[in-house]
Design a protein around this ligand. Sequence first.
Ligand code: ZN
Length: 113
Amino acid sequence: MNPFQQAGFAGPYKLAQYEQTVRRGEIGLYVFLDLFGEPKYIARSDSDLASRVRGWTQTYDSFWVEYHTAPRTAYMRECELYHRYRAKLDLKTHPAPPPGVDWRCPTKGCELS
Ligand SMILES: [Zn+2]
C-alpha cells in the first residue's frame, strides 16, 4: 500500500480535477506528486486548501490531500512529512506555523523543535 494511503490521505487525484475532488474551505495538507507518483511538494492551508492547490495545476501531476479540523495538527503533520521526504522535495524550506503562534516542530533533533 502507498504510504500516503496507509496514513489516511485521500487520493491521489489529478491536479487538473482539483475542483471536483477537494472540498472548499477546509484546513489541510496537500502533497503534490510528479508523473511517477513521487512526492515533490508538501504544504498546508489553514483556511482553504482548494484555493492553494489551484495555482499548481500546470506544475505537478497529481496530489494527496488530508483534511484537518485545526491548524495545529495540520502543522505537526506537515513537519513530520517534511522531515520524512525532504530529500525528494522541490520545496526544501521548513514548514512555518501560522503567524503569531510559537508551535515547535515535533521532530527530535530539528533546530525548530
Ligand atoms: Zn522540523
